[in-house]
Design a protein around this ligand. Structure first.
Ligand code: PLP
Length: 410
């Protein structure tokens, strides 16, 4: 994994160039598009700070990145400058962060992890329907019970049934016997096609599914399956802290990934990333999108080009080396918190490559949870777990104070 860090000036110049390749609502004769620059009363473009703020400048120019720009088709020509940056961003994520081969992946900047996950389910559902003549009731989405709720949400929207796998209460790993018995049961009911979602870090625990063991089961039993990786939480930390993991495009069993910039990269909301091997995006083609040049392959339709610019800028500002240091600092900080919990005899779950620490509910009083804004695993019952997410704003002093308070009660 390597890409260079760029200075703020270089980044600004590159974005200015891209904007100048876009068609400008100010200077060109544009009669046919139901869009414009942002409202001038509120978003005046002569504000002096804009000069050095490429993201804000892009936001006001308001380029639309509708469609998918890695497919090499003739996309909407109006915004080709910033769309080129999006393509560069997708290639960087797929090739440098996730080890993909050059120009062998497609993708786009999605509104978030939820859409990227549903996009994956949508593509595989259509793939099984079209390519294998599957019936809807022969397809299942398979995921662990610690998975994000976008999986049941997507299964519901797409009218596919789910198989939810148990995890071990302490290790948070998928229980092999449960996997075997539920898949066998489904096969007896006539299920032939499986959309398997593996977590490259769950939201609550930071647990990373044992992808080799789980996919081995599908391989050994000769099942027809496709693997999507939900890296909405872990996608911008795990590859930096664990460079030799099996979660990359080098792993032939994986077809697609979700990443979320608006979690670990601290980008603005609207910066999910969907990545998939070439040859699959086409299963999400909406032929009827005939007024969009280059057609549409995404769930969302219109989307702001400024989001792609924001992600690209953040990745380029730090460079791969900078992000490795940053992400390792966060996971190390979580590890040192765990060492102190261990001394206090407090039970917790922590994956050393991730910045989440989940603490058993019995050690946390409601007062402590409120004081430190800990997040429980459920708001509907007595929580079994509370989590701490060591982000940029989580300062050592506050962690120290938390441990002192915890010590008072335990
Ligand atoms: C946050 C998250 C999502 C959903 O992402 P949004 O950007 O909120 O749509 C999906 N999966 C995991 C593991 C997440 O942590």
């Amino acid at each position: 994994m390597y890409w260079k860090k760029l200075s703020h000036d270089k980044i600004t110049t590159r974005v200015d160039e891209a904007l100048s390749e876009n068609m400008s609502y100010k200077t060109k004769k544009i009669l046919g598009i139901p869009a414009s620059y942002l409202d001038e009363e509120q978003f005046y473009d002569d504000a002096p700070f804009l000069e050095n703020s490429p993201f804000m400048k892009t936001l006001i120019a308001n380029p639309n990145h509708i469609g998918c720009h890695t497919l090499g088709e003739e996309a909407e020509p109006f915004f080709k400058g910033t769309q080129k940056i999006e393509k560069e961003l997708i290639d960087l994520c797929a090739e440098e962060i996730l080890g993909g081969r050059k120009a062998e992946q497609d993708g786009y900047v999605a509104p978030g992890g939820t859409e990227a996950n549903i996009q994956a389910l949508w593509i595989y559902r259509n793939y099984f329907l079209k390519k294998h003549n599957a019936r809807l009731d022969e397809i299942r989405v398979v995921y662990s019970k610690d998975s994000h709720y976008s999986m049941p949400k997507g299964a519901n929207i797409l009218n596919i049934k789910s198989i939810v796998l148990d995890v071990d209460d302490s290790a948070r790993m998928i229980v092999q016997e449960d996997l075997a018995s539920k898949i066998t049961e489904a096969q007896k009911e006539g299920v032939k096609y499986f959309i398997l979602v593996m977590n490259m870090s769950t939201t609550m625990f930071g647990s990373v599914d044992d992808i080799l063991r789980v996919t081995d089961y599908f391989e050994i039993n000769n099942l027809n399956y496709k693997v999507h990786v939900d890296g909405a939480f872990g996608g911008f930390i795990y590859p930096f802290t664990n460079e030799n993991s099996s979660y990359s495009f080098k792993n032939k069993r994986i077809t697609s990934f979700t990443l979320d910039g608006h979690k670990m990269l601290q980008s603005p909301y609207g910066t999910g990333v969907f990545l998939i091997r070439k040859g699959f995006m086409e299963y999400a083609l909406t032929e009827e999108a005939s007024y969009v040049q280059g057609k549409d392959y995404t769930i969302c339709g219109s989307r702001s080009g400024a989001n792609a610019i924001a992600l690209w800028m953040i990745l380029k500002t730090h460079g791969s080396d900078g992000l490795k240091v940053k992400m390792r600092n966060l996971s190390d900080k979580a590890t040192s918190l765990c060492n102190r919990l261990k001394k206090l005899g407090v039970e917790y779950y922590h994956n050393p490559f991730i910045n989440i620490v989940a603490i058993r509910g019995k050690y946390i009083t409601p007062k402590l949870a409120t004081k430190f804004s800990l997040v429980p695993d459920t708001h509907l019952a007595t929580p079994n777990w509370y989590k701490i997410v060591v982000m940029d704003h989580v300062k050592q002093g506050v962690l120290d104070e938390f441990v002192l308070d915890l010590n008072k009660f335990n």
